[in-house]
Design a binder for this molecule. Structure first.
Ligand code: HEC
Length: 205
């Protein structure tokens, strides 16, 4: 893909003999190509978060059924690195999870993520269909790299309440406080925004 573009640019430069201005005829073709790439990238980001959310839910439910809530405790943590690696291998995305109210302070949002989380909260509070809520943007870093960033809400489902709800069992509560003394991620209600997946991909040009 990258080479293709290069070859095209070189060919144009030669045809234009010393002129690097792209002939009008090539410009729409390039614009169209990047539009297709952007659409594909967004589609992949959507697929990734849908499958991550589904795996998070089903694997936690299975683990709770087998080993109880305390036994499943490590899963909401270990599942992420595992999922992250597979999404990275498959699509080249870096995947993280973040939230406004955190269990693990290491998942704290950066400024961009925080703005998007607040926007999600407002949208979902205004009764938008949460499954349709998402945000993506291409941002340029201080070093000049262009990044595709994508966020998708993670909603509080039934499975989540035993560890993120209001009524935690004493053994669950003490296990959480032991590992996460600064925990702020309880008191969530069914259907409330719990946090978000956050994806980043370097755009190579
Ligand atoms: C068995 C207990 C348990 C269950 C059930 C559980 N979680 Fe968690 N959750 C945790 C723990 C522990 C962490 C901290 C993980 C870490 O260290 O990164 C966490 C962290 C998170 C985070 C990352 C942000 C933060 O606060 O650090 C999100 C988002 C999250 N959980 C969403 C969910 C959702 C959605 C569900 C239901 C599908 C769910 N969790 C079910 C225990 C649980």
């Amino acid at each position: 893909m990258r080479t293709g573009l290069r070859v095209l640019l070189v060919a144009v430069a030669i045809a234009g003999s010393a002129s690097f201005v792209l002939p009008a005829i090539v410009l729409p073709a390039l614009a169209q190509k990047s539009a297709v790439d952007a659409a594909k990238r967004l589609q992949k980001a959507r697929e990734t978060t849908v499958s991550l959310a589904e795996r998070l839910r089903s694997e936690l439910a299975a683990a709770i059924k087998n080993g109880g809530v305390v036994g499943a405790m490590g899963l909401c943590q270990t599942i992420s690195p595992d999922l992250v690696t597979s999404a990275a291998d498959e699509f080249g995305f870096e995947v993280g999870r973040t939230a406004l109210r955190l269990r693990n302070p290491e998942n704290a949002p950066d400024e961009w993520e925080r703005k998007v989380l607040l926007q999600f909260q407002a949208q979902i509070g205004a009764a938008s269909d949460a499954s349709k809520v998402e945000f993506s943007e291409i941002v340029t870093t201080a070093e000049g790299d262009r990044l595709f960033r994508y966020m998708k809400p993670i909603m509080t489902g039934d499975t989540c309440l035993s560890c993120h709800g209001s009524d935690l069992k004493p053994d669950v509560k003490s296990e959480i406080t032991r590992y996460y003394p600064e925990d702020k991620a309880t008191g969530f209600k069914l259907g409330e925004l719990r946090g978000a997946f956050s994806l980043v991909q370097l755009i190579e040009e």
